[in-house]
Structure formats: C-alpha cells, structure tokens
Design a binder for this molecule. Structure first.
Ligand code: NAP
Length: 272
C-alpha cells in the first residue's frame, strides 16, 4: 500500500528501461511488508537528479551507466571500497547526507564464497573494466593472487597500478588460464546476442577449476556450459547481480533481504 509515509528508493541511469532493479527490490518490500517503493528514472542531468534526491528525501538510489563515475563529485561522502573501485552504484541518504557505495564487489564475493575461499588462490581475471575493478578490490582484500588477462596493454598496466596483480597477460596467452584455480570472465563476451562466443576454449578448462562468468544475459553462457560439461563448479553472473542488490536492500532498509524470493524473481525476469 503506497501512502503519504512511503519511503522512496530508485535507480537512475540512461537508458534505464532494461533495469531489473525495480522488480527485485519491490518484490523484497512486498515479501517483508515494508512501506517502501522503488522506481526507475531515466536521468540526463545528473546534478538536477541529485538535487531531486535531496529535495524529495529519496532514501536509496541505485546508479547505473553512464552515471557511476560522475556521481562521485556530487556526493557528501564516498566509502573506501567505492573510492578504490572508482565508481559508485549505490547512494544512501541519511538525514540529507548522501554517501556513495559500490556493492558490485560484495555481490561477487558473496556469490563466490558460497562455493570457495579466495585466500592464496590463483585467480585468472579476464577484463580490465569497471566490473573487473570491483572484483579485483575484493580479490585483493581476500588475499587472492590475481592474474589479469586484458586485450589492451595500456589499460592493463594502468589497472596494475591500482591493484596488486601477480601477472599481466595478453588475451593471446589465454592458455595460461589452465594454471589458475578460479577463472572469472569480467568482459561482456558471450552476452546476448553473441551467445556462442567465449574467450576460454573448452579444452583449457579442467574439472578442479571454478568458473565464474559475470555475464548474466543469457543466464547460462557458453563459458558456463563448457565449464559444466568439463565438471567444473560454476558461479552464475545473476548470483552476483542478486547479491549486489541484496547488499543495496540492506543499506536502504536496514533489514536483511528475502534472498531466495528475490533470486526467484530475478531468474523469472531474465528472459534469456
Ligand atoms: P566495461 O567497463 O566496458 O569493461 C569491459 C572490459 O571487457 C574491458 O576491459 C574491455 O576491454 C573488455 N572487453 C570488451 N569486449 C571484449 C572482447 N570482445 N574481448 C576481450 N575483452 C573485451 O564493462 P563492465 O561494466 O566492466 O561490464 C562488463 C560485463 O559485466 C558486462 O557484460 C556487464 O553486463 C557485466 N556485469 C555484470 C554484473 C553482475 O552483477 N553480474 C555487474 C557489472 C557488470 P577494452 O577496455 O579493451 O575495451
């Protein structure tokens, strides 16, 4: 029931119509009987949107492309992890003070930790973009050994200035993934509609490895299919997406999210 006491949360981005956040968060509010409502806003003028968050006292704002970096300059505080990642995907408004967080790393960590620990593991991280930075932050915190695979040498070297990287490898050396304990694809490779593409030929996988593909559209990518056929344990991209939303839910409401019901909703709304 929406009334004059309803607390508003939202996601901002441009475009925004593809966002699953309203369904997942609203489902959580409904299941827990919280007087909260979550909407999506297509935002062009970020500064005005921030003024709106303050003026309408919007409790929680999820942030997506293209505003994740620029928004940092309009906030009152940015937490340590988001600063290290260099991007904010979550803004919490506490009595008019706006604090930025980044829950992508936490989402990845919760998803991986369901099946393994990271300390001293050799992790092949494919990609050097925004999501790879979020994942490298938690890999570093958990004392994993990061092997960075990237196609652009300059970007890889810049990445290695911000994170403790054990090895930098070009994608031409992809056969080196065979020596890793965990392989994480943090590139868009394999995303719909290019669903038959993978950066890791199946013959390089072996069954003791854990394979995590952060691509969630399709739910089961070519890489995940190959890994399952090989006998590897796998982590689905939608689990990271789920747990980053679960972390936001807690930041916005102060209450633990109903995880399994939110997972079911997410699986239902992901069409591929
Ligand atoms: P991004 O900042 O644009 O970075 C993409 C990275 O992938 C860059 O290093 C890019 O290399 C590399 N790359 C792109 N196409 C490639 C190709 N064909 N071969 C090799 N490398 C390639 O994007 P992002 O925000 O990190 O997102 C990456 C993917 O993760 C997207 O599919 C996104 O939907 C997904 N994602 C999932 C979650 C989740 O919760 N599951 C969260 C965030 C993102 P260059 O720099 O050389 O172009």
């Amino acid at each position: 029931m929406i009334n004059a006491s309803t607390t508003l949360c939202c996601v901002i981005g441009n475009p925004i119509k593809h966002s699953f956040s309203p369904q997942i968060h609203n489902l959580g509010y409904e299941k827990l009987g919280l007087n909260f409502c979550f909407l999506a806003f297509e935002v062009e003028d970020l500064k005005k949107a921030i003024d709106g968050i303050r003026a309408f006292n919007i409790r929680g704002t999820s942030v997506t492309i293209p505003h994740k970096i620029k928004i940092m300059e309009y906030l009152d505080k940015v937490d340590k992890r988001a600063l290290k990642i260099g991007a904010v995907n979550t803004v919490v408004n506490k009595q008019g003070v706006l604090t930025g967080y980044n829950t992508d790393g936490e989402g990845a960590l919760t998803a991986i930790k369901k099946i393994t620990t990271l300390k001293n593991k050799k992790v092949a991280l494919l990609g050097a973009g925004g999501a790879a930075r979020a994942i490298a932050t938690i890999l570093e915190e958990e004392l994993a050994n990061i092997w960075l695979f990237a196609r652009d040498k300059k970007k890889a070297n810049a990445f290695a200035k911000d994170f403790k990287i054990e090895k930098i490898l070009p994608l031409a050396n992809i056969s080196a993934v065979s020596g890793a304990d965990i392989i994480i694809n943090a590139t868009p490779t394999g995303m719909h509609p290019n669903i038959n593409i993978t950066l890791v030929p199946a013959k390089l996988l072996h069954k003791k490895q854990i394979v995590f593909d952060i691509v969630y559209n399709p739910k089961e990518t070519r890489l995940i299919k190959d890994a399952k056929k090989t006998g590897c344990r796998v982590v689905y991209g939608y689990e990271m997406l789920l747990y980053q939303a679960v972390a936001q839910f807690k930041l916005y409401t102060g209450i633990e999210a109903p995880v399994s019901q939110m997972r079911q909703e997410l699986v239902n709304v992901l069409t591929h």
